[in-house]
Design a binder for this molecule. Structure first.
Ligand code: SAH
Length: 227
């Protein structure tokens, strides 16, 4: 998978892609992430990428010209499955959307900043808008990092045990069961004995029951989607 991310502050995304599972995915060439500085596409002498909003009001708006120039240049190099604008009023990111995106070959992501971006970009150059929740961030960078992380870990080969993503919460509309590790007793707090029994079938049964119970209690709306 190839991911291009356009941003006014690309450095904000360096760390999320430089550690742990995502770093390994990049090193194994399972994903290629290209951070693009919008300023490199500024069209005027002052290298300006933002300006005041027409009609007045507080907050700067990212200009259409650098964004259009940047998207144009990138589209000459590859065909994108989606050109996504991170936006608080976009389609809500969920596991189903991440599963779909994990099958894409090329994704282009545009991060807004300040007050947002010129609406004409959204009308004419964007194919999909995604929100990571009903709250407002300072910029789309952290939202893009969240979305990419959730998508990249689903690419086959990224997680060591390929089946492990299948047992995560929200796959099959079930919340993941609790997990424990050593020591078996801490402060007098015990690990459920079945997990120490070595009895695989009983352990699977217990985990399933816990998943169902958790889903009922914590996400009843998912429980009702069970077949
Ligand atoms: N004025 C806008 C918010 C701008 S916030 C409004 O009220 O809707 C600046 C940028 O942060 C946005 O352009 C968007 O790219 C990003 N952003 C903010 N909140 C987000 C969210 N919940 N999900 C995805 N992107 C978000």
């Amino acid at each position: 998978m190839h991911i291009d991310i356009i941003s006014a502050v690309p450095d904000l995304m360096v760390s999320p892609f430089s550690h742990s599972i995502i770093k390994r995915a990049v090193e194994s060439n399972l994903v290629e992430i290209n951070l693009i500085n919008l300023r490199d596409y500024a069209t005027n002498k002052q290298k300006q990428i933002d300006d005041y909003a027409f009609g007045g009001g507080a907050g700067m708006v990212l200009l259409i010209e650098p964004i259009a120039a940047c998207i144009d240049a990138l589209k000459k190099k590859r065909v994108y499955d989606e050109i996504i604008y991170m936006s608080p009023d976009g389609d809500m990111l969920d596991q189903k959307m991440c599963n779909q995106m994990s099958l894409y070959k090329n994704i282009l992501i545009l991060c807004g900043h300040y007050k947002g971006i010129d609406e004409r970009v959204r009308e004419h150059l964007i194919t999909k808008e995604v929100s990571i929740g009903n709250y407002v961030l300072s910029g789309g960078e952290l939202a893009a990092a969240v979305m990419c992380d959730a998508v990249i870990r689903l690419i086959p080969g990224v997680l060591n045990d390929e089946t492990s993503a299948l047992y995560d919460s929200y796959q099959d509309n079930l919340i993941a069961p609790p997990v424990y590790s050593r020591p078996a007793t801490f402060n007098g707090w015990e690990v459920p004995p079945v997990l120490l029994s070595g009895h695989t079938a009983k352990i699977e049964q217990w985990r399933h029951e816990q998943s169902v119970e958790r889903t009922k209690n914590r996400r009843p709306e998912l429980y009702h989607k069970q077949p």
